[in-house]
Design a binder for this molecule. Structure first.
Ligand SMILES: Nc1ncnc2c1ncn2[C@@H]1O[C@H](COP(=O)(O)OP(=O)(O)OP(=O)(O)O)[C@@H](O)[C@H]1O
Length: 232
């Protein structure tokens, strides 16, 4: 579970995030929408402990996030827009390396099963990442998150630059993870994906969360209308 309590980040006199109150429960996929500079990445960075709040708290599974404290990082996986992996290693080697870093040692068969579970084709397992598309790299990133046993996933612009087929595969994968009980927070500009994946959707404006919907409250067209009204 993720919680923000009056979470605030100031840079000098500029408020990047203004008293955010948010709870993302187990199994929820919360999609944060908002224009450039609305405060989405700041929110993610505060949960990651990359930056510290000026006021308020970020909690992961009830534990306070603190910069340079590894406690909350163990239950977290971060999928950035471009997943950073070793291009000269295969996906199996990357997965093995990052799993060991997180304290897990898996057999070859177990590693292959993680990659299969995210929909990576067998023939890609032993190819170097340098030959992978963006969508395939992202799948390896998600396999690493699963292998690390992370129950909270933070994603920043995960569908940016993906083709429609890859977006569709990503959507199905996130839904599966949600059904398995993962807690997911996604910062995105992709309204259609947010409407398709989000169990909840929030719209930010100038550091504030100004709207919050459950997926049963709103469809993609209505979401687009509210979004456009919000940013005008
Ligand atoms: N290190 C920093 N120093 C000063 N201001 C910053 C810093 N990081 C972010 N900001 C400011 O904080 C505000 C929120 O930025 P943030 O990156 O969270 O927005 P965003 O919603 O993720 O935007 P985008 O969609 O472009 O990624 C912006 O006004 C940005 O300029």
């Amino acid at each position: 579970m993720l919680q923000a309590i009056n979470l605030t980040k100031k840079y000098h006199n500029h408020i990047a995030l203004d008293s955010l109150n948010l709870t993302v429960n187990k199994g929820d996929v919360f999609c944060l929408l908002g224009q450039n500079g609305a405060g989405k990445t700041t929110t993610i960075n505060l949960f990651l402990g990359f930056i510290s709040p000026s006021k308020g708290k970020a909690l992961i599974n009830g534990v306070l996030v603190q910069q340079n404290d590894k406690t909350t990082k163990k239950s977290l996986a971060y999928i950035p827009e471009v997943v950073m992996l070793y291009s000269n290693l295969t996906s199996i080697e990357n997965l093995d390396f990052f799993s060991r870093l997180a304290g897990f040692t898996y057999s070859k068969e177990e590693l292959e099963n993680f990659l299969l579970s995210v929909g990576l084709p067998n023939e890609a397992f032993y190819k170097r990442l340098g030959q992978y598309s963006k969508g395939m790299r992202q799948k390896v990133g998600i396999a690493i998150a699963i292998a690390k046993n992370a129950d909270v996933l933070l994603m920043d612009e995960p569908t940016s630059g993906l083709d429609p087929m890859a977006i569709n595969e990503f959507t199905e994968l996130v839904k599966d993870l949600s059904n398995q009980g993962k807690t997911t927070l996604i910062a995105t500009h992709d309204l259609l994906s947010a409407a398709a994946i989000g169990t909840r959707v929030g719209i930010m404006r100038r550091g504030c969360l100004v709207h919050e919907f459950s997926n049963t409250d709103i469809n993609a067209n209505e979401l687009q209308e509210v979004y456009l009204e919000t940013i005008l």
